[in-house]
Write a protein that binds this ligand. Structure first.
Ligand SMILES: C[S@@+](CC[C@H](N)C(=O)[O-])C[C@H]1O[C@@H](n2cnc3c(N)ncnc32)[C@H](O)[C@@H]1O
Length: 405
């Protein structure tokens, strides 16, 4: 745990952090949703308080195991949660005010206890035992660095909508709104000074989408061209569909599919904002929807459901919500999608299988198994992006070609 934002404390703010944590841990809500709701229902809080609240909640969720081990037990009551906050605040470099809620906390003892605990990776990196065992078994020597990198705070990266603007123009526009950025090698913009991005005119005009640098590697990997018939079979809210349509220069046809129809409605809204008109959405309501598309696609993206282990920086609560059982269930879904969906490709067509996981069991091993049973496909290239490589999300992508005959 590094030094953090330690604003002056006042009781209402700490109470809000404590209530948010109780909702996340006892009612099993997602941290981002709880924070969003809290900020929305308190529009009068200033920007420093809003940032402090979001950061404190995310950091306490991220370091939950380390913090409760220092405290001596998992928090149960409201009083325990106040003390968890106190331990966090102290270890983040703050000095606690003289409030009765913190009266049992001894700063010296707490810092000493943290130092003793740092030797044990599971506690130091604040992860459940099963995850440490699985990570070490699957990633070997890479695991210690991967898990340390996954505990850093996530960066915000923008993808410029090349249909409407250039990265240089976008950077200039954003800087007028007080948002500073640095241009990355692919033209993406790394946000170095944050403000509310979604309130900017540039966002409302569809000039950019928020999309991690690693995620931005997936669409180009599929090698789409203008005029092609492309299927994005697990399109969700459409982050990659929008990118694909942009690379296709808005020419051809992009069929965005998903079993969750409601996600496709969000995709339609985003496509309109981005000025994209080649996207058609189609919910997957039964297996016939796939069969009817047999041999129709030049390109197929399978951005499959996964453990999300490569993106736990953004969703630190996944550490506590994930389990081996859940990973086994998604692995079955991945294998099922790989068995049933590639039939949509034309001979000679290309398929990209992608996950935001870093576990080989969800990645290369799924591809090896698929290739054993589908000799009509060959692997062209695959890439694993580990979170420690360039400091962005962990991702995997494999490009396969369907043989001509
Ligand atoms: C990793 S997310 C997709 C993210 C999306 N491609 C993006 O870039 O924003 C995986 C998606 O697969 C969908 N899904 C789950 N099972 C599926 C299935 N059997 N067929 C198609 N989609 C499925 C989920 O609803 C989810 O939206």
């Amino acid at each position: 745990m590094g030094k953090k934002n330690t604003n002056r404390l006042y009781p209402n703010l700490v109470q809000a952090v404590v209530s948010a944590l109780q909702t996340i841990f006892t009612e099993d809500y997602y941290a981002d949703k709880v924070i969003q709701r809290l900020l929305k229902s308190n529009p009068k809080w200033g920007s420093r308080d809003r940032a402090f609240l979001a950061e404190s909640v995310y950091e306490i969720v991220r370091w939950y195991r380390l913090l409760y081990t220092v405290l001596g037990q998992e928090p149960k009551t409201e009083e325990d949660w106040w003390e968890m906050f106190g331990v966090y605040y102290l270890l983040a470099g703050g000095a606690l005010p003289d409030w009765k809620e913190f009266s049992r906390l001894d700063a010296e003892q707490i810092k000493k206890r943290q130092t003793e605990l740092l030797k044990d990776r599971k506690i130091r990196e604040s992860i459940p035992d099963w995850l440490d065992e699985r990570g070490a078994a699957e990633l070997g020597e890479h695991w210690p660095e991967s898990i340390a990198a996954l505990n850093r705070m996530a960066q915000v990266v923008l993808r410029t909508n090349q249909l409407k603007t250039t990265s240089a123009e976008l950077a200039e526009l954003l800087s007028k709104d007080g948002i500073e950025t640095r241009t990355l090698e692919n033209g993406g913009l790394l946000v170095t000074k944050r403000r509310n991005l979604f309130a900017t005119k540039a966002f409302k005009q569809g000039l950019f989408e928020v999309q991690d640098f690693s995620s931005q590697q997936v669409a180009p990997f599929l090698q789409v061209e203008p005029g092609m018939q492309v299927v994005d079979a697990c399109a969700g809210g459409g982050g990659k569909s929008l990118h694909l349509a942009t690379l296709m220069e808005n020419k051809g046809r992009l069929l965005a599919m998903d079993t969750a129809a409601w996600k496709l409605n969000e995709l339609k809204k985003r496509a309109r904002r981005n000025g994209i008109h080649i996207v058609e959405t189609r919910p997957i309501t039964n297996s016939k929807v796939i069969k009817r598309l047999e041999g129709k696609a030049d390109r197929l993206l399978l951005d499959v459901p996964c453990s999300g282990l490569g993106v736990i920086r953004r969703n630190p609560d996944a550490k506590w919500k994930l389990s081996n059982d859940f990973i086994e269930r998604v692995r079955k879904e991945q294998a099922d999608i790989l068995d049933r969906y590639p039939r949509m490709l034309k001979p000679g067509g290309l398929l990209v299988y992608a996950t935001c996981s870093i576990l080989p069991s969800e990645n290369r091993k799924q591809i090896d198994r698929f290739l054993e049973t589908h000799p009509e496909f060959e692997l062209e290239e695959d890439r694993t992006i580990l979170p420690q490589d360039e400091g962005f999300d962990g991702f995997y992508m494999a490009r396969l070609k369907k043989r001509e005959n």
